[in-house]
Write a protein of this length. Structure first.
Length: 322
C-alpha cells in the first residue's frame, strides 16, 4: 500500500535556471573568499621527495634549503633595484657595474662594426642621421654584394678559352692522384653541357687500369655491373641514379644527374681513381700495326737457307748472316 500521494519533481524551467544561476554565483564567491582567507593554508614545508633510506638525505635537504635561500635573496635584491630605479635613486655598487657594461658594449660595437668587417666604406650612401639603425646594415649589405659583381667581358672571354682548352682537366687531375696539384672546383662548360660524354671517356680510361672500375663501384656501393644489352657507361649511370635517388616520373633513372654526381665527386676529390697508363706505352703497342717508328739500329739480315735447315745447323730454324 502507498501512504500518501507521491511528490512530483517537475518544476518550471524558469525556476530551475534561476536555482542553477544562484548556485554558480555562490560557488564562485566561496572560491574567491577561500583565496583571500589565510586561515586554512598549510604552513608545513613541502616534502622534496627524498627517500628516508637515502644515505645522504640530510646533506641533500641542506643543499636544497641553501639554494632556496639564495633564490629568495636574489629576488629581494631585484625588487630593491627595481624600486630604486622607479624612484630615480642610484643603488650602491650598480653604477660602476653599469659603467663597465657600457665599456663592454663599446667593445662589442667595435667587434661587429660593419665597415671594419667589409674593409671598405660606401661613400655614395647618404645616411643623413646617425641614429638611423638601418644605415650600417645597408652599408654592409652593399659592400658584400659588390664582391659578387659581374666581371668584364675580356675576363669572360679568357675563361671561355681556358675552358675549351681544358675540357677534361678535372678528370685528368683527379685520376693522377697527385696531392700537390691544385684541383678546379668548377666543372668546365663543355662537361656541364654533356656530362654523359665525359663519364663515357672516364669509364674508357678506367677500363685500361687495374682497379679503376672497381673503385667506382666500391665508392657508390654498387654491385658488379651486368652489361648484357647495354654498354658499361649506361649501366653505371643507371646504378648510380638508383643509389642516389635520381629517379624521374615512373622510376626512370636520370642519367644526366647521375653523370653530374660522378663528375662532382671526382672534381672535389671525394672519388679517388688510379692514374691512367702513359701515352708512350700506347704508342709502342700501336707501332706494330703498320705505323712508322724510328729505331736506333737495323735488325740482322735473314737468309732463306736457314728456313729449311740446309746449312747443317740442327737446333736453329733460321740462320743469321754475320
Amino acid at each position: 500500500m502507498k501512504v500518501g500521494k507521491p511528490t512530483s519533481k517537475r518544476t518550471p524551467t524558469r525556476l530551475r535556471a534561476k536555482i542553477q544561476k544562484a548556485s554558480t554565483n555562490k560557488q564562485k564567491k566561496q572560491r574567491r573568499d577561500a583565496k583571500k582567507n589565510p586561515q586554512w593554508r598549510s604552513r608545513l614545508k613541502k616534502d622534496p621527495g627524498v627517500p628516508n633510506l637515502f644515505p645522504q638525505k640530510a646533506k641533500v635537504l641542506a643543499e636544497l634549503e641553501e639554494k632556496r635561500l639564495q633564490k629568495e635573496e636574489e629576488q629581494l635584491k631585484k625588487r630593491e633595484l627595481a624600486k630604486a630605479q622607479r624612484q630615480g635613486k642610484v643603488v650602491a655598487g650598480e653604477a660602476p657595474a653599469k659603467a663597465g657594461g657600457d665599456d663592454e658594449a663599446d667593445e662589442d660595437e667595435e667587434l661587429i662594426n660593419p665597415e671594419a668587417e667589409s674593409g671598405m666604406e660606401d661613400e655614395e650612401m647618404d645616411v643623413g642621421d646617425d641614429s638611423n639603425p638601418m644605415a650600417a646594415l645597408l652599408a654592409s649589405a652593399q659592400a658584400r654584394a659588390s664582391a659578387y659583381a659581374p666581371e668584364d667581358d675580356d675576363d669572360e672571354d679568357e675563361d671561355d678559352d681556358v675552358d675549351e682548352a681544358e675540357e677534361l682537366e678535372g678528370i685528368d687531375g683527379a685520376a693522377s692522384s697527385a696531392p700537390g696539384n691544385a684541383q678546379r672546383k668548377v666543372l668546365p662548360k663543355q662537361v656541364l653541357a654533356d656530362p654523359m660524354k665525359a663519364v663515357s671517356a672516364l669509364v674508357d680510361r678506367m677500363q685500361n687500369t687495374a682497379d679503376g672500375i672497381q673503385r667506382i663501384l666500391t665508392f657508390y656501393a654498387i654491385p658488379p655491373l651486368v652489361t648484357a644489352g647495354s654498354n658499361t657507361t649506361s649501366r653505371l649511370l643507371v646504378e648510380v641514379a638508383r643509389k642516389r635517388g635520381r629517379l624521374g616520373r615512373g622510376g626512370v633513372p636520370n642519367l644526366h644527374a647521375a653523370a653530374l654526381i660522378i663528375l662532382n665527386d671526382l672534381n672535389e676529390e671525394r672519388l679517388k681513381l688510379p692514374a691512367v697508363a702513359n701515352e708512350s706505352k700506347k704508342a709502342s703497342k700501336a707501332a706494330g700495326k703498320g705505323e712508322v717508328q724510328v729505331v736506333g739500329e737495323a735488325k740482322p739480315a735473314f737468309t732463306i737457307e736457314g728456313l729449311f735447315g740446309d746449312d747443317g745447323i740442327g737446333g736453329d730454324a733460321m740462320a743469321i748472316e754475320k
